[in-house]
Design a protein around this ligand. Structure first.
Ligand code: HT7
Ligand code: ZN
Length: 868
């Protein structure tokens, strides 16, 4: 397989003005006729050879109405070459597709008898031959013709402009025209038997928009939340960014077979059912939050992605980082801002930091790829959002809005680069972001080492900040980043002191954003009557690791008093991490320190004022986070130490957990009590660790009385690691009760695959035979096999059985769906973190995968980087 490079970008030699597509949907196959109006690109080097991307079965080619003999073109390596074409011409291409046989779920595919498309990033070439790159933007029309009974619903992008019956009246046709130019990756069609929930939204400018959500008929009772999320998103984008919807219809279609979360096709979003369907019997609070966030994300893409798109796929973060930032801000406005920030930062640290430190580390704007599907990463999405957030922090909300306005004024209707986005932000705010742009080109997580010197006589404190960034594949000796470091200062009584610099002529703000730009830099704060305790990186103002030599008591103090909620949470997590690593290394007492237990006791005593925050603060750092902090780690021991710490906290605070569980139990369901449910279920999970306790009875009681899925799942999760009769009874009841609910059965699979029980591999292997499981369905694979890969204790079993199992599954799935397989194989990427015996067992399995005949580009790229 060969790599593509950012440095090789050239404008397309030809442009496509219009595409008229006709899909003739038949029982055995679908015929696609594409008529394209093609012309030379005046901005590209002159050429009379047209090269189109494509991998579909080619039936016919006509140029300006003349059928071309096979000798007039060549087809090799998924490129159709037409030499000697005129300046402008009409090209007709006919292809033949077999959607029912397409298990990759890219291009046109079948799911449950219906047809769907997925074209981002390079799926359109599986439908027809085309300039399948985002900087070629055309006006599309689509006509769909199909049997009326089997395919009553026929959808495509834009506005419906006509429909009718064929001569024998058995078939019907629908024609759609999208008035906006778009790249092929935003093209979509859907055909099938679907029910629809309809509603309306009138934009600020007075456009009446019809909103439609299409689902399988049995799922209509799970669509209301998605609809209300859509309306909230539309309103929020008008209020915060002045952005309105621009078509008369906005359609969302839910499909159970889908490679990712959702897709922002113009006017016709296609969603994984997981991010549309939710009612309180089948979806947890977490699911409800996910639906709202993903609906918002795809809606926001209409401006950040569709109206202004990417010049090439290296710029993916232009649309994804910005749109994730927008959906995070939306969610923060819909719920608790602090809780949202903690959840996002926790996810980044647990998942993106390891990616940034591993064999597939890449900059937010990658420089090369073999398979673009592998670059829909946490780095491009989540770190990309952090980069946008840092600009927001540097220029403020009003400055950011001005930057966005300028970005749209300059680039509406264009395909642009990350550089263009930063230029709009810099120009609108008259600031220099040249150094800041290193965040787009340098991979790796910067490390800040911070210290404070106190000068009592002058009432001054100097904060010294040193930054460095570890080497990543292909990148050494990185240049300093421009890092916004938000700082506060606490007095001994817990009050906040102004952060005043010598250059200020008045007391400074209580939180000050310092611009760290050098490898080493000192900031001096003045006007202080006592040595302050610094609160650093408030609200997680930059995606960095920060080291400061706090004493344990100082962390406990910050945990109790910091006015910055993020840092209150952070201080508790740092204290807990220290304790867990100390226990892991066998240093000092073999039990948790009183300092940590007291800090948790205090958190629990004040939990009811913000139970959602408390639930996060009372959760120990994840095993994957701990793994990153330890060289030559023994994952089994890490898991065991964390479990032991949880058991100690359970015992030390037993009465408090019990009281918390009781205080928040037995309430009639209200959405706004999600925080209380989170705290209650956390309490139950601790109570389940008490030797001789009655957690089985409590969990059974909660399960039986539950009027919502969060509580049912909380009860199941509390027992998932046990061998009790109660556990077997509840799991069996759950499977029976929800046998027909695919998304609920996914939860059941995940709980079992994530269990601490020794027999988990045997269980997972057996569950692969369960009637609700299918290797062809990405949700099932992620729910069962993906969850096993995230189960550190089971995946890293000392005998290598977990590695062997995962490698076998990767190979089996690769033959079906390479995109899903390459995600799964990434669980091997932290090989360098684990102790040598396991690392070698992992290497052997990866070598076996790499040697496999017919391995996909997707898996090849990940495994070869890992083995390098
Ligand atoms: N922009 C969408 C990306 C996506 C995707 C990419 C590859 C293969 C399948 C896919 N489905 C969706 C999703 C988003 O970020 O909104
Ligand atoms: Zn997106």
């Amino acid at each position: 397989p060969v790599a593509k490079y950012l440095k090789d970008y050239r404008p397309a030699p030809f442009l496509i003005d219009r595409v008229d597509l006709e899909f003739d949907i038949l029982d055995s196959h679908t015929s696609v006729r594409a008529r394209m109006v093609v012309k030379r690109n005046p901005k590209a080097d002159a050429s009379d050879t047209l090269q189109l991307d494509g991998s579909a079965e080619l039936v016919a080619v006509r140029l300006d109405g003349e059928a071309l003999a096979p000798s007039a073109w060549t087809l090799a390596d998924e490129v159709l070459t037409l030499p000697g074409v005129p300046e402008s011409f009409i090209l007709d291409i006919e292809t033949r597709l077999e959607p029912a046989a397409n298990t990759s779920l890219m291009g046109l595919y079948a799911s449950n008898g219906n047809l769907y498309t997925q074209c981002e990033p390079e799926g359109f070439r599986k439908i027809t031959y085309y300039l399948d790159r985002p900087d070629v933007m055309a006006k599309f029309s689509t006509t769909l013709i199909a049997d009326r009974q089997r395919f009553p619903v026929l959808l495509s992008n834009g506005n419906k402009v006509g429909e009718g019956l064929t001569e024998n009246r058995k078939r019907h046709w629908v024609k759609w025209v999208d008035p906006y130019r778009k790249p092929a990756y935003l093209f979509a069609v859907v055909a099938g038997k679907l029910s629809v929930l309809r509603d309306h939204y009138t934009t600020r400018g007075g456009r009446k928009v019809t909103l439609e959500i299409y689902v399988a008929p049995a799922d209509m009772d799970k669509t209301a939340h998605a609809m209300s999320s859509l309306k909230k998103s539309m309103q929020w984008d008008e209020q915060v960014f002045g952005l309105e919807y621009d078509l008369d219809t906005y359609m969302i279609v839910a499909v159970g077979d889908f490679n990712m979360g959702a897709m922002e096709n113009k006017g016709l979003n296609i969603f994984n059912t997981k991010f549309v369907l939710a009612n309180r019997e089948t979806a947890t609070d977490f699911d409800f939050e996910g639906v709202e966030a993903v609906i918002a994300h795809e809606y926001f893409h209409n401006w950040t992605g569709n109206r202004v798109t990417c010049r090439d796929w290296f710029q993916l973060s232009l649309k994804e980082g910005l749109t994730v930032f927008r959906d995070q801000e939306f969610s923060a406005d819909m719920q608790s801002r602090a809780v949202k920030r903690i959840e996002d930062a926790r996810g980044l640290r647990a998942l993106q930091f390891p990616e940034d430190a591993g064999p597939t580390a890449h900059p937010v704007r990658p420089e090369s790829y073999i398979e673009m599907n592998n670059f829909y990463t946490l780095t491009v999405y989540e770190k990309g959002a952090e980069v946008v957030r840092m600009i927001h922090t540097l220029v403020g909300a009003a400055g950011f809005r001005q930057g966005m306005d300028l970005y749209f004024r300059r680039h509406d209707g264009q395909a642009v680069t990350c550089e263009d986005f930063v230029a709009a932000m810099a120009d609108a705010n008259h600031i220099d972001l040249t150094q800041f742009k290193r965040w787009y080109s340098q991979a790796g997580t910067p490390v800040l080492d911070v210290s404070l010197d106190w000068f009592a006589e002058g009432g001054a404190a100097s904060l010294t900040v040193r930054q460095h960034c570890p080497d990543t594949p292909g990148q050494t000796d990185k240049l300093p980043f421009h890092i916004p470091l938000a700082v506060g200062l606490l007095a001994a009584d817990g009050s906040e002191l102004p952060v005043t610099l010598a250059s200020d002529d008045a007391p400074g703000p209580l939180t000050r954003v310092l611009s760290v730009t050098e490898a080493e830099q000192t900031f001096t704060f003045v006007g202080l009557n006592e040595k302050p305790l610094p609160s650093l990186l408030r609200n997680f103002s930059a995606p960095v690791r920060l080291n400061y030599a706090y004493r344990d008591e100082e962390l406990a103090f910050l945990c109790a008093h910091d006015s910055d909620a993020f840092n209150r949470w952070e201080a508790g997590q740092t204290l807990a991490t220290r304790e867990l690593l100390r226990l892991y290394r066998g240093e000092g007492e073999a039990t948790l320190s009183a300092c940590l237990i007291d800090a948790f006791a205090q958190l629990l005593d004040h939990a009811d004022s913000d139970p959602a925050f408390a639930a996060l603060a009372l959760t120990l750092p994840a095993e994957v986070e701990l793994l990153e902090l330890q060289d030559h780690a023994d994952p089994a021991r890490l898991c065991q130490v964390r479990e032991q710490a949880r058991a100690e906290l359970a015992q030390a605070l037993a009465e408090r957990w019990d009281a918390a569980w009781r205080r928040h139990s037995g309430l009639a369901f209200r959405h706004e009590d999600a925080g209380r449910r989170a705290l209650k279920n956390l309490a139950l999970s601790y109570l389940a660790l008490l030797p001789g306790g009655d957690a089985g009875a409590l969990a059974s009681q909660q399960y039986q009385q539950a009027d919502n899925m969060t509580d049912r799942m909380g009860a199941l999760a509390a027992l998932a690691d046990s061998h009790s009769h109660a556990r077997d009874t509840l799991f069996a009841d759950f499977a029976q009760r929800f046998a027909d609910e695919a998304l609920v059965m996914d939860k059941w699979f995940t709980l079992q695959a994530g269990s601490r029980r020794q027999d988990v591999l045997r269980t997972v292997t057996a569950l692969m035979e369960h009637p609700a499981f299918a290797l062809t369905n990405p949700n099932k694979v992620r729910a069962l096999i993906g969850a096993f890969g995230r189960n550190l204790a089971a995946f890293h079993a000392a005998d290598g059985s977990g590695y062997r199992f995962m490698a076998d599954q990767v190979l089996a799935i690769d033959a079906i769906n390479p995109q899903v397989a390459s995600r799964l194989v990434s669980c091997f990427n932290r090989r360098s973190r684990v102790e040598p015996a396991r690392a070698e067992l992992m290497r052997v399995e990866l070598a076996r995968v790499l040697a496999h005949d017919g391995l996909s580009r997707d898996v090849y790229e990940i495994v070869s980087k890992n083995l390098n």
